[in-house]
Design a protein around this ligand. Structure first.
Ligand SMILES: *Cc1c(COP(=O)(O)O)cnc(C)c1O
Length: 369
């Protein structure tokens, strides 16, 4: 018998979420962002759910190869571009579009031998100060690229630091949007500026020609807890579930788990769940982190161990050995425990939890009808 833990990937939920991105930015094309192995879901597992996108955006060349191996002939964008000169050969061979964010990448292009010129996305650092040319250097970079026979169309992109919230009490994207418009106003080419948060919250102002839907495709709420999944009509793309493999009855004064971090103050019944931090469940989740048992909400108890965690069954008399436990995602009767809620208890964001599910967790794909 395998351990009862598994991750379910809900392809129809992914398709639903992608449709939400389209509805939010009806005049734009949509990149499904599948970097980091589709945010931990597995590129091959999400492909049928997200193949309605106009393109796939990702980081690693081997992931681009995997998308081509699935038969995708449409656009693929490398969000960070190439990391060394020979990456350009794979770009030529696989017809990859790639970001250009630094002078080195232009140098490599200038030396690259290719029959077909490349489509590139020139990246502006509009204020996040991560990747991209400064506004002062942007035009020169564009001019240099535009003169290269290796370059076909040049599109223009930037990335927002605060699309999910306000910034110093002001609009989160206004300063970057203004910098982008100033740097690009008289340059031709398609525009791509929005991540999920900007697509949902600012699309009317900013959607441009291509939006980049990452977390929302997987049902994560980019601006949780300000918004809940229902507010954006997003459905969980992943469920992490397991079962209760042990029961303990506690007396007042009994403690639970490592460090005796929880002490019972009354008679209690707890269940031991086959899920721990070695499965990717965050060890930082404190007592009280929400969890579903047979679809009913309860809480975790004590510290998360490597292979197990404890849940409170005191108020759930029908539950017991073998009961289904939903760590996040969709419960057995359709109840939803947002991954964002669990992430928040752990002091992090849903993105990190999705990406951190480990290899020992078997994955079951619920296929599109
Ligand atoms: C990851 C990434 C995205 C997607 O961001 P989400 O917040 O997950 O929607 C968009 N653009 C770039 C450049 C990225 O690296």
């Amino acid at each position: 018998m395998p351990r009862p833990i598994e991750a379910l990937i809900h392809q129809s939920a992914l398709a639903h979420n992608l449709a939400r991105a389209r509805a939010a930015a009806p005049d734009a094309r949509v990149w499904a962002v599948v970097k980091a192995n589709a945010y931990g879901h597995g590129i091959e597992n999400v492909f049928d759910g997200l193949r309605g996108a106009d393109g796939f955006a990702l980081i690693d060349l081997d992931e681009a190869q995997r998308v081509r191996n699935l038969g995708w002939r449409g656009p693929i964008l490398l969000l960070e571009g190439c990391f060394e000169t020979r990456d350009l050969e794979l770009c030529s061979r696989l017809h990859l579009w790639h970001a250009v964010h630094c002078e080195q990448q232009i140098d490599w292009l200038a030396m690259h031998k290719t029959h077909e010129p490349h489509r590139v996305f020139l990246k502006l650092n509009s204020g996040m100060n991560r990747l991209g040319f400064t506004p002062a250097a942007f035009r020169a970079a564009w001019t240099r690229l535009n003169a290269l026979p290796q370059v076909d169309e040049i599109s223009l992109m930037t990335h927002f630091s605060d699309a999910d919230a306000t910034r110093f009490g002001q609009d989160g994207i206004a300063h970057q949007l203004a910098a982008f418009e100033a740097a690009c106003s008289d340059l031709p080419g398609e525009r791509s500026v929005c991540n999920s948060a900007a697509t949902l919250r600012h699309a009317a102002r900013a959607n441009g020609d291509w939006v980049r839907a990452g977390i929302m495709s997987y049902g994560g709420v980019p601006d949780y807890p300000e918004r809940q999944p229902e507010a954006w009509d997003l459905q969980p793309g992943m469920t992490l579930r397991s079962k209760i493999i042990g029961i303990q009855n506690l007396q007042p004064g009994d403690t639970v788990g490592y460090g005796s971090a929880f002490t019972a103050d009354k008679p209690m019944r707890i269940g031991i769940v086959a899920c721990g931090y070695a499965d990717g469940y965050p060890r930082h989740c404190p007592t009280g982190t929400p969890v579903l048992v047979n679809g009913q909400r309860t809480r975790t108890i004590g510290r998360v161990s490597m292979d197990m965690l404890a849940v409170d069954l005191t108020e759930l008399p029908e539950s017991g050995w073998g009961s289904e436990v939903t760590l996040w995602g969709r419960g057995p009767k359709g109840q939803v425990l947002p991954i964002d809620e669990v992430a928040r208890a752990a002091g992090t964001i849903g993105y990190e939890l999705m990406c951190a599910v480990t290899r020992r967790v078997p994955v079951t794909v619920e296929r599109m009808e």
